[in-house]
Write a protein that binds this ligand. Structure first.
Ligand code: FAD
Length: 291
């Protein structure tokens, strides 16, 4: 079966979905709210299961070319610099660390030209007789399938499941940054009430994250970078110097939230339901048990 899908959201999830559709012969239109797909975000690491998914999408080599092996979870330290655990060279626990923008670019380059429409915030979804319609700033489109990849505050989730709970603040907040500091090994330093993570990323940079507890979401400081330095300034090297080496504008601040799962992630229209019922009622070839 092939058809036309609308993917809502052009983040890593949306582009991966579009690429997967392309690989199985579907057409897709990706509707992205942002005016342009800029180099945003900080870093992330990917485990072998994610790398297998990237291989299925045909972009494992391109991803490896912009990923850097990291042993962050093997190098556990305390704020005074002692190692609770130290990764050995050649340890098989390495993950691949990326600047989010580099991994996003790999997917973007692989999605067929013309599939992505920016400045297209989706505001409505409507189930028609044989299709699903999407309303967005700038127009309307219909397709056989809509995939919601519009992030943790998904509009599509809210429209289709208005009673589902919204994101829940987990009592934690994080500062993230990318600095031009080459060859840093990955590590996690466990301190009182929080931890500091370092991953090396491509082109001689390092990604860091300081995750700690917060009483409420939305607490912000005039100078976010100075606030991180105030909290971890006495921790072992290279933590303070890494934060100092990060441009003020490069420090990202987020509150950490979780989203409860839905009982199902699929909402079928009448036509799709009828097609599936017809397929299921067709006689199937008998399976012969091989013992
Ligand atoms: C501190 C921290 C560390 C993390 N570390 C890792 C890690 O190491 N490895 C890892 O794999 N993951 C990590 N994650 C999780 C990871 O960042 C997310 O799971 C992932 O980025 C989600 O991607 P997404 O494409 O689903 O959503 P998003 O990246 O949020 O993309 C959603 C897109 O949809 C667009 N959009 C939103 N609403 C609309 C609309 N109405 N219409 C059109 N477009 C819309 C947005 O503009 C955006 O481009 C981490 C997260 C945090 C907070």
């Amino acid at each position: 079966m092939s058809g036309h899908a609308i993917v809502v959201g052009g983040g890593i999830g949306g582009l991966a979905a579009a690429l997967a559709l392309h690989r199985v012969g579907w057409q897709a239109t990706v509707l992205e709210r942002a005016a342009e797909l800029r180099e945003i975000g900080a870093g992330m690491s990917q485990a072998p299961n994610a790398m297998r998914a990237l291989a299925e999408l045909g972009v494992a080599e391109q991803a490896r070319a912009v990923g850097v092996p990291t042993h962050a979870s093997g190098n556990l330290r305390t704020p005074d610099g002692r190692y609770l655990q130290q990764a050995r060279p050649g340890d098989s626990t390495a993950l691949l660390a990326f600047h989010r923008a580099d991994l996003h670019r790999v997917l973007l380059d692989a999605v067929p030209t013309g599939w992505i429409r920016t400045d297209a915030e989706v505001t409505a979804i409507r189930q028609n007789a044989g299709s699903v319609g999407i309303g967005f700033v700038g127009g309307e489109l219909s397709a056989d399938l809509v995939i919601a990849a519009d992030g943790i505050r998904s509009t599509i989730r809210r429209l289709l499941w208005p009673d589902a709970p919204p994101p829940r603040f987990l009592g934690r907040t994080a500062w993230l940054g990318i600095a031009q500091v080459p060859d840093l090994p990955g590590s996690i330093t466990l301190g009182p009430g929080g931890y500091f993570l370092i991953h090396p990323v491509a082109r001689g940079r390092a990604y860091w994250a300081y995750v700690t507890t917060a009483d409420a979401p939305g607490i912000r400081y005039d100078q976010e970078k100075a606030e991180v330095v105030r909290r971890i300034g006495s921790w072992h090297d290279p933590i303070p110097s890494l934060v100092e080496a990060t441009g003020e504008q490069e420090v990202i601040r987020i509150d950490i939230c979780d989203l409860d799962p839905l009982p199902t992630y699929v909402r079928e229209g009448g036509a799709a339901r009828r097609r599936r019922a017809r397929d299921e009622s067709r006689p199937r070839p008998r399976r012969r048990a091989i013992l």
